[in-house]
Design a protein around this ligand. Sequence first.
Ligand SMILES: Cc1cc2nc3c(=O)[nH]c(=O)nc-3n(C[C@H](O)[C@H](O)[C@H](O)COP(=O)(O)O)c2cc1C
Length: 447
Amino acid sequence: MSNPNNPNIQQRSTPQWSLYQRELFWGPNENKHPPFNTDPDKLKATAKERLSQAGWHYASCNAGQSLTHHANRAAFYRHQIIPRTLIDTSTRDTATTVFGRRVSAPIGFAPIGINRIYHATGELSPAKVAGELGLLYCLSSAGSFGIEDVARANDAGRMKGEGKGNGGEEQGGKGEGMGIRWFQLYWSPDDGVALSMLKRAAENGYEACVLTTDTWQLGWRHDDVMHGNYAFYHDHGAGDLGLNDPVFVDRVKEMGLDPRGEGDKMEVGASWIDGHIWHGQSFSWERIPWLMENWKRLSGGKPFAIKGIQSVADAKKAVELGVDGIVVSNHAGRQVDGAVASLDALEKIVDAVGDKIYIMYDSGIRSGADVFKALALGAKFVFIGRLWVYALGSGGEEGVRHVMKSLLADFDILMNVAGYPNLKEINRDALDSLPKGGYYPPTTEMA
Ligand SMILES: Cc1cc2nc3c(=O)[nH]c(=O)nc-3n(C[C@H](O)[C@H](O)[C@H](O)COP(=O)(O)O)c2cc1C
């Protein structure tokens, strides 16, 4: 679909993502060039060059020896797409619904904290771009901008995107003019703070709560440890997400600290992160109904999901408790070193409970082909993390837009050239899967 007047265009209901390729091919005629190369290894190198040392280490660090990260990437090579030919892909459609809301593609922004260390516009940029493109944005409770400001940026992007017909629209429908956003919770052991964060999220149009359960504290990440790289203890402090929270602010005052006082910044940052985000205190399944019920009460019954599931037993437990969805994720290999590949976990979990709960996936996605493989293995939706973080660090808002439009174009073009006209056709029959350990890629970098 390089021809923008191609008659197929009239038949398609989702945006012409693939035309972004044409725009870039035409660009040099108008002296326009992309901000960076989207090849994941090259993008990673660009991010390393452009980020501060602290930003680079925090974005790129994995747990331990990166064995889980490499397992995540290698698992994608094990599954190979079977191209079909002479299939009518002219009406192909990437749109889907997630918990009842239409999105322009089954691809969302994974929650990633402290975006200010990558770019001054922080979370506002990915939230805005997600709105523009009709994609789901998930805000981390370790974020640097306030829940309220991020919601506004997300809606502003959505208004801009609707003007351009960027998919995900529901004219006159639920949520018209509103971005599609979720809130990822790090669960404070202080019920007052946990509920206050959920209340703010519910009041600001976050349509689901995603509880992350693999990060009671950060995994052992050598480079971050070596450089004492923990932004909350240093310049960043608690960030607006913490400082805009009325209950947290009360707690800080009770400690005799001035929440926004320069002199107390590091102490306040420490009390936010140590007390409420990565506190080292684990919760167990017995407490899930309490949290879920409170979220439903505060949000008027909105969905509740758990992120960080890798075992079939845990997935079954989530089903048993009536959790609405799970994200099969190992946090991009940043928490447990030497763990199973998230994609291998996905396959088993889909086999066990795929018909009983809404299954989403992340960890290791770097391309349209990777999105395709996760969907083919049974995920209904996928999240992207490092790609957009590296892009934010490499080119701010423009960088995030470029990387996401490129990924969407890559996926759309793949559906066209591989002969898969819609998401339903992307199932296990579309893959030839080699046995575990059967194939390793010729590169070691693997972004
Ligand atoms: C720099 C960085 C920060 C992250 N911060 C969070 C976070 O605050 N909350 C969370 O649930 N997951 C966090 N994650 C994990 C992502 O949400 C997601 O699971 C992961 O990045 C997906 O893998 P990918 O980066 O290979 O796409 C973070 C990941 C990275 C790379």
